[in-house]
Design a protein around this ligand. Structure first.
Ligand code: ADP
Length: 426
């Protein structure tokens, strides 16, 4: 299709056989519960964790004032060295749990990798690396972190490793395993092993096998920590196989996993009406940034072209894009170069888009868990947000019902007018 010739119905013509990143079968959420609270306004400050002064300084620079509930619960345990399984809803600051505890305890030795953090998606690896860099900046001796992931020439990674081994390796399982197997990356001194979005990595057989192989390259004695917003009992059981007497922290039960501050609506429409309604919504609604999820890569590309053609500042990111371009677009979107991101299930999880306050499920996801992760891209860290799901088939409707039942939430039909103050944080 040429860039200029976009038919409003083109999108509807594509089939849904194309996206391979969401092919996994999932157990549903069954976690047990604790009370659901947000930022601990009355909670103890970061000082009470007795973190190094260099870390406290960085925390101040970054602007964190109070630890969130998950940070309150987990940072002391993680600093103590316990193995940890942590489930807490999206956007509540799980990354800082492992980043701070590792930076507190690490003794960087030149030439040795002390920590491995595995993430399911490249963008997340890059994001986690940046969080390490933000917190480690005052440490002396300095700590070095590098992200390794597919899509970049392995040769570049080998060069990085030859020039100076990072103390902290963040990466996707495939690339980390490749570098380990060929001897470029030596993991025999690892003391901290982290799986971020662990359920996604452990439920896919391929990734799980890579994770296991990497795990076996590390010494027996080390601290293992795993994090996710959703964890089935089956995955918890698998997590525990990697651990010794883990401390288990499950914040808020499945029934309350929907984000407070997030308004959720649905819109009944025909597939062929989706584009028109989307453009209307974008024209009529106030927002900071918006993420639109579609089910396949061709649909994502077509939709981006359509929105760009209408002069809407839109960018697409998907899994079949050149890696450098993918990371570049992702980070520029975070920096507000564009206001609308069209993507697939690829960025459904973990991505921390601070300014996104609207998520549109142009195509419904495959299951409740994905729905939860996707809508969690809006309303990060307790801010307000709006999620709109387009319902055009019986499957969509069934999933919407399941979401309402499982998440104990009422999703209403999208009204004509929504007061922006209800979803825009002023
Ligand atoms: P999760 O991994 O639980 O989905 P992240 O670690 O990505 O969440 O954190 C979500 C957002 O909240 C990030 O922008 C992060 O900088 C911010 N954040 C985390 N902890 C705090 C805190 N204690 N105070 C303020 N902002 C925080």
């Amino acid at each position: 299709m040429s860039g200029d010739e976009i038919d409003i119905n083109d999108l509807a013509a594509y089939s849904d056989d194309d996206e391979d990143l969401n092919e996994h079968e999932k157990e549903k959420e069954t976690s047990n519960g604790k009370k659901d609270t947000h930022v601990g306004v009355h909670s103890a400050g970061f000082r009470e964790f007795l973190l190094k002064s260099e870390l406290l300084r960085a925390i101040e620079d970054i602007g964190f004032e109070h630890p969130s509930e998950v940070q309150q619960e987990c940072i002391p345990q993680a600093m103590y060295g316990s193995d940890l399984i942590c489930q807490a809803k999206s956007g509540m600051g799980k990354t800082a749990v492992f980043v701070l505890s590792i930076l507190q305890n690490i003794s960087p030795i030149n030439g040795q990798v002390s920590c491995v953090v595995l993430c399911p998606v490249r963008e997340l690896a890059e994001q986690v690396k940046r969080v390490f860099e933000a917190f480690q900046k005052y440490l002396d001796p300095p700590v070095r972190t590098h992200a390794f992931y597919g899509g970049i020439h392995a040769e570049e990674d080998r060069k990085v490793l030859q020039e100076g081994v990072p103390h902290i390796v963040v990466g996707t399982p495939g690339r980390v395993l490749q570098l380990t197997k060929e001897g470029a990356l030596d993991l025999k001194n690892v003391k901290f092993f982290v799986l971020d979005e662990c359920d996604r990595m452990l439920e896919s057989n391929d990734m799980r096998s890579d994770v296991q192989k990497i795990f076996l390259k590390t010494p027996k004695s080390k601290q293992v920590m795993m994090f996710s917003a959703t964890l089935s009992d089956e995955i918890k059981r698998i997590c525990k196989k990697f651990m010794v007497n883990p401390k288990e922290v499950y914040i808020n039960d499945g029934a309350k996993l929907n984000l407070a501050g997030l308004q959720q609506y649905y819109l009944n429409l025909e597939e062929s009406q989706k584009n028109r309604r989307l453009v209307e919504t974008i024209d009529n609604i106030q927002f900071n940034q918006m993420v639109i999820f579609v089910k396949t890569i061709p649909r994502a590309e077509t939709l981006e072209k359509l929105l760009v053609k209408r002069n809407l500042p839109t960018i697409v990111v998907h899994g079949r894009m050149d890696q450098k371009q993918r990371i570049d677009r992702y980070s520029k979107f975070k920096k507000l170069y564009w206001r609308i991101l069209v993507t697939t299930e690829l960025l459904g999880r973990g991505a921390d888009f601070e300014r996104v306050n609207i998520v549109i499920n142009y195509d419904m996801p495959k299951d409740v868990e994905s729905y939860l992760h996707r809508v969690g891209r809006a309303g990060r860290f307790g801010t307000k947000g709006l999620a709109i799901s387009y319902i055009s088939t019986k499957e969509d409707k069934d999933l919407l019902d399941e979401v309402q039942k499982k998440l104990v939430v009422e999703i209403k039909e999208l009204p004509n007018d929504i007061d922006p103050s209800t979803y825009m944080t002023s």
